[in-house]
Design a protein around this ligand. Structure first.
Ligand SMILES: Cc1cc2nc3c(=O)[nH]c(=O)nc-3n(C[C@H](O)[C@H](O)[C@H](O)COP(=O)(O)O)c2cc1C
Length: 205
């Protein structure tokens, strides 16, 4: 699908067809393509929890303000951001050394910059995790749309409850939930709301 058309047609789907499953290989394909999303130093600080079974959907629905799409969509994905994803343990650093895009001296310099400047507080680590994982999330919504699959992003959920449900550690943040499936063609969405234009949102220096 041409990108501009895709952009204009993507909506937060709200109504999913309960009777239409999403094939596992399609879910996997959408996720694999979404990994092409950009991230700081290509550290890819995200993890996904894929909620598929009806029992698991019911549990998540209760933590997500009882939003019906979590029950109706065949899949809801919790996008988790890793606050410590930039650290040396991330195998992407070894990859850079192996590919000679980085030498061990510059690696040390990057590590120092990350620890002492870029991510030297919990607020900054949190921002790092949320910024990067949000780009993954947006990419996933576009990729899904390009495959004829609808999505709905949500931050209407209890992060504490979702973390407890999936034993997510303190160094991670549940960035958003995305329900994914086929739109229920018997329903109609409200018309798309107005967007603020260039003049309203831009300052030019
Ligand atoms: C980060 C984020 C969180 C959102 N959380 C919710 C939510 O919890 N429940 C909901 O019904 N919609 C949620 N939405 C959907 C927005 O309301 C929707 O994207 C917006 O109204 C624009 O509509 P559109 O996506 O159809 O263009 C969320 C969207 C984003 C990007």
């Amino acid at each position: 699908m041409e990108f501009e058309k895709l952009l204009k047609e993507r909506r937060s789907a709200t109504f999913f067809d309960k009777n239409k499953e999403l094939a596992d290989n399609l879910i996997k394909e959408i996720i694999d393509l979404s990994t092409l999303a950009p991230s700081a130093f290509n550290t890819q600080p995200w993890e996904l929890i894929i909620v598929k079974s009806s029992e698991a959907r019911k549990e998540l629905y209760e933590k997500a303000c009882n939003q019906p799409k979590v029950l109706e969509a065949p899949v809801t994905i919790a996008i988790v951001g890793k606050k410590n994803g930039y650290k040396r343990e991330n195998p992407i650093w070894d990859e850079k050394i192996k590919n000679k895009t980085l030498n061990s001296e510059s690696l040390q310099a990057y590590m120092d910059m990350c620890e002492n400047k870029l991510y030297n507080s919990d607020v900054k680590k949190n921002a790092y995790a949320v910024r990067n994982a949000s780009l993954f999330a947006m990419t996933l919504m576009f990729v899904a749309k390009s495959k004829g699959v609808s999505t709905h992003p949500m931050i209407g959920f209890s992060e504490e409850a979702v973390k407890e449900l999936y034993s997510i550690s303190e160094d991670k943040v549940v960035v958003m939930l995305i329900s994914m499936g086929y739109f229920n063609e018997e329903k109609k969405l409200f018309p798309r709301e107005k967007r603020f234009s260039f003049d309203k949102i831009s300052k030019v220096y």
